[in-house]
Write a protein that binds this ligand. Structure first.
Ligand SMILES: [Zn+2]
Length: 493
């Protein structure tokens, strides 16, 4: 009997000891990570380490002044979708290994509209079960995050902007802070700006930028055009500038497609583009339509992607040169209807110039640049794309042979290859276009010495670039003559 009592007392003592010991057990280990500052966007990540990943409760809140915004509050005893977990219990928790769980929450102003500029505190409480769930161990941790809601500032410095529909323009602007992403937005399309030093403007001001942009033939002439600047935490500032848009009338043309043409181009394109599969290659008309629509689209996406490889420095010098002794067979942005046996079978916009001279005529670089593509490009056949910097590129298509390699620097007039009829071409000719940000723009602007001087170089000189040639793009601009031509143009007619 005595022994029995003794054993009971011993058990009680042991249980009491275990209870007291459990009360001193450490709580879960909490880590808070995230950016130093948040703005319109920004995430915080909370990681918690507890044996088996077991947590009775996890609370995360953002506290700013008097206001507390719960970010996460859940009993998460059975975390990460373990059986028995309620539908919402632990939602958004990720398990990372045996003992670690993680929660990520958006804490930018878009997610928490009440957020104001200043500091905020992330407060975390985590509770884990100890002693078979009879007791609990709790930890808390807080971290401060800066809330920055002031957008970057952006202001245009250049004057007199005239935009031909389908054509190019350029602005010189200042952005602050200088490391913001910035450029010109035309409707939905963004054209990045580049440090002005890349245009030969002395780099005294690190926030000075140059951005070329375009109004595409497919865009409305009333589309909004503005400069923008965005910081990494989603704050965006915009600025307006004076500009005038000149609408253009694009021509309609009809292209006769016959069996002889289809028999020549369709099998050749399919053979050279093995990744493009058509349902029935012997159905020439159906295959041709797939090529003219879908392969054209894929090829244009490839061209767009090459815009990212542009140099931040202007590589061209002076006006661009049109291929010598060529007749313009088709204009820029012609609205083409394709006719087969009297039927309209397709419609496409022809984004380029067709220049014809003699068979296998030398095709030369319109200006100085770096070759970013030299090879087969579907409907464009053998094709060369030359990068001229700051998003501007030129494209030469349907070549019979290519004489340059990718990443090679070419001077103006250097032979790129020979003209031909590869790809979707009715006969030997050069399909030529200028590209800005990967989209076709009319070369007519760039072929004009007057346009290049008034529209582009004048703005660089006004922003501080030396006018006497030398570095970027300057052949020799007479600022007075340029100003006079500008005055003539601005004057009402
Ligand atoms: Zn063409």
């Amino acid at each position: 009997m005595r022994i029995f009592l003794f054993v009971i007392v011993l058990c009680l003592l042991a249980a009491g000891g275990a209870w007291i010991h459990a009360g001193g057990a450490p709580g879960p280990v909490i880590e808070i990570s995230g950016p130093e500052a948040v703005g319109q966007i920004g995430d915080v990540t909370v990681a918690v380490v507890s044996p088996g990943g077991d947590l009775d409760r996890l609370q995360i809140a953002l506290v700013q002044g008097e206001r507390t915004t719960p970010l996460f509050d859940s009993p998460v005893g059975a975390v990460a979708g373990a059986p028995g977990a309620g539908a919402d219990a632990g939602a958004g928790i990720e398990r990372e290994g045996e003992d670690r769980v993680r929660v990520t929450r958006s804490i930018g102003k878009r997610a928490i509209p009440s957020l104001v500029g200043g500091n905020a505190e992330i407060q975390v409480t985590a509770v884990r079960p100890v002693l078979f769930g009879l007791r609990q161990a709790t930890s808390t941790l807080a971290a401060t995050v800066e809330v920055r809601l002031i957008p970057p500032q952006v202001a245009v410095l250049s004057l007199h902007h005239f935009i031909n529909q389908g054509g190019s323009e350029v602005v010189v602007y200042r952005v602050n802070p200088p490391d913001s992403d910035s450029g010109v937005r035309v409707g939905e399309i963004e054209y990045p700006g580049f440090p002005a030093s890349g245009a030969g403007i002395p780099a005294a001001d690190p926030g000075l930028r140059v951005a070329f942009f375009a109004l595409l033939p497919s865009q409305d002439v009333a589309v909004p055009i503005q400069v923008f600047a965005r910081d990494p935490i989603g704050n965006e500032g915009t600025g307006s500038f004076d500009f005038r848009v000149f609408p253009k009338q694009f021509r309609d043309s009809r292209i006769e497609v016959d069996d002889r043409f289809l028999g020549r181009v369709v099998p050749a394109i399919l053979q050279n583009t093995p990744e493009f599969v058509v349902e029935n290659p012997s159905d020439l008309v159906a295959s041709y339509l797939r090529i003219n629509r879908d392969l054209r689209k894929l090829n244009n996406e490839k061209i767009s992607s090459l815009a990212r490889e542009t140099s931040p420095e202007i590589l061209w010098r002076g006006p661009f040169k049109q291929l010598l002794n060529t007749a313009v067979e088709a204009g820029f942005a012609d609205q083409r209807t394709y006719v087969y046996q009297g039927r309209d079978i397709d419609h496409q916009v022809h984004l380029g110039f067709d220049l014809a001279s003699t068979m296998a005529a030398p095709v030369v670089a319109a200006n100085r640049g770096r070759v970013v593509f030299a090879g087969w490009l579907g409907i464009y056949g053998n094709c060369v794309i030359v990068d001229h910097g700051m998003g501007l590129q030129s494209l030469y298509a349907h070549l019979s042979s290519i004489g340059v390699q990718e990443s090679q620097i070419v001077e103006q007039g250097a032979e790129l290859g020979r003209s031909g009829a590869t790809g979707l071409a009715g006969g030997d000719h050069l399909h030529f276009t200028m590209l800005l940000g990967g989209n076709a723009v009319t070369p007519i602007d760039w072929w004009s010495k007057q346009w290049v001087e008034d529209r582009v170089l004048r703005k660089f000189i006004e922003a501080g670039a030396p006018a006497d040639g030398g570095s970027a793009a300057m052949e020799r601009v007479d600022p007075e003559a340029s100003a006079q031509r500008l005055a003539d143009r601005v004057a009402p007619r």
